[in-house]
Design a protein around this ligand. Structure first.
Ligand SMILES: [Zn+2]
Length: 462
């Protein structure tokens, strides 16, 4: 997938000006104001277009500990190197130096479980999905993508959609620089049984009003699932998503009950392997978790009700979990106030605490954990809120950050390009005020965002 969504570049043309159309894009420090030159530490190959980001603290996404007083030297869309602060370039001056001495820099964050074609409040009345026009749906997807980027998430895994065509379109617009948002890997449609957790057949929507786009991934037999999987890949899916068990936001089977058979899931995995694609499985049910692991999927979403034996099996088979352990609180409070249907609230109560218990066990057992919030169920601007819950449930803060950076990037097959602030990677960089290892809430308020070398947001000078 393209890694260069060059949306717009402000600093090459207007290094000292507020940049129209961008959020708080302000240059803090021009070159030469902050760095005393040290003759013995010169860098000899700085270009006029280079950018230096001075970080008070740097969490590189890979290492166990942060480092202090480093500068990230960015050239074009890549990180050229990470250097000690105080090193002065020789010869041509970099165009800009951003002084973020009071901030902690991190890699751009990755959310591995989002749905840009949904907002949480849509759950009050699902008929909204039949009332939005295709253009309105595309605008919704683009709006949620932009919101996500502006909270520091520079890459996402889009794990199923009722409107897969809108998500393909948004992914391509962002990749070509025509829209602002995180780089997207999308699963395309949900692969699901009729009336299952990924089927948009709700009592509020009459049969003839169900959008055809939402029915692309519906299948009943292994042969039909294989055909749906082929069709999704032909349409542009980057990986595949199966709805193996019942869902919380569904009137189909209960979350604890299987919907797809092991043979159904195996059929999807076989197609994916032929095309070099991964498969992730929505499972709350323990039985579905086992079936999916034994069918050969690469990851499980939710994993809420898994028994210890299944967690062990996942660890042994190196199947990763993306566990949305914060949004249950949102649904139970704000969702309840907004009038979500009782069945959603009851199912949410059934899975929330159970999932948090499984999360702790999975972490202790060494299962690979990918940061994923179920954005769409959770508001898109709240991507950073889940870190606190993960840490409260026993995860080391640095491991929580790595689950949203290098660990997620590696799982997505992008580990050579993103997920770490090291030489040669794409320049996806964020900064927060303070120390996120001591206060994870700092990750809810990302002050600086750079995506592929392009400044998306900079803190306003005090
Ligand atoms: Zn989801």
């Amino acid at each position: 997938m393209p890694l260069h969504p060059r949306i717009m570049s402000c600093y090459y043309q207007q290094p000292f000006a507020r940049c129209a159309g961008l959020t708080a894009c302000i240059v803090l420090t021009a070159f030469g104001h902050a760095l005393p030159p040290k003759a013995e530490q010169h860098i000899n190959d700085v270009l006029p277009s280079d950018v230096i980001v001075q970080c008070g603290k740097l969490i590189d996404g890979v290492s166990d500990e942060p480092v202090i007083n480093k500068s990230v030297h960015v050239r074009g869309d890549r990180i050229l190197r990470v250097i000690d602060r105080g090193i002065a370039p020789l010869g041509a001056e970099p165009k800009l130096i951003y002084d973020l001495s009071d901030f902690t820099c991190l890699p751009g964050l990755i959310n591995t479980h989002v749905h840009f074609d949904s907002n949480p409040e849509d759950s009050v009345d699902y008929s909204i999905y039949a009332r939005r026009t295709p253009d309105e749906t595309l605008q919704l997807v683009l709006e949620n993508a932009k919101t996500t980027l502006l909270t520091g998430f520079t890459t996402v895994r889009h794990v199923g959609a009722w409107f897969p065509d809108a998500v393909y379109q948004a992914r391509n617009l962002i990749a070509s620089g025509k829209a602002q948002g995180p780089r997207i890997q999308t699963a395309g449609p949900y692969l699901t049984i009729p009336g299952g957790g990924g089927d948009l057949t709700f009592p509020e929507i009459s049969g003839e009003d169900i959008p055809a786009e939402s029915q692309q991934g519906i299948a009943s037999t292994p042969e039909e699932f294989a055909a749906s999987a082929e069709a999704a890949i032909a349409a542009g899916a980057d990986f595949l998503k199966v709805i193996a068990s019942g869902a919380v936001f569904s009137v189909g089977a209960a979350p604890g009950a299987p919907e797809m058979t092991r043979a159904d899931i195996e059929a999807v995995v076989a197609v994916a392997r032929q095309h070099g694609k991964k498969v992730t499985a929505h499972v709350h049910s323990d039985q579905s978790g086992r079936d999916a692991i034994l069918a050969g999927v690469d990851s499980l979403e939710h994993a809420s009700l898994l028994k210890d034996m299944t967690i062990e099996l996942a660890a042994a088979q190196e199947v990763a979990f993306s566990m949305d352990i914060y949004n249950g609180t949102y649904t139970d409070t704000i969702g309840r106030e907004q009038g979500y249907p009782d069945i959603f609230l009851q199912r949410n109560t059934y899975t929330t605490e159970a999932q948090r218990v499984v999360f702790k066990k999975a972490y202790q057992r060494g299962v690979t954990l990918l940061y994923g919030t179920d954005a769409g169920v959770l508001p898109h601007h709240m991507g950073g809120w889940q870190f606190t819950t993960m840490i409260d449930r026993g995860m080391r803060p640095m491991d929580a950050i790595r689950s949203a950076t290098s660990v997620a990037a590696n799982h997505m097959g992008l580990g050579g390009d993103i997920g770490a602030v090291v030489s040669g990677r794409v320049a996806d960089l964020i900064a927060v005020r303070g120390n996120p290892l001591e206060d994870s809430k700092t990750l809810r308020n990302v002050a600086m965002i750079m995506q592929a070398g392009v400044v998306v947001k900079m803190p306003v000078a005090d």
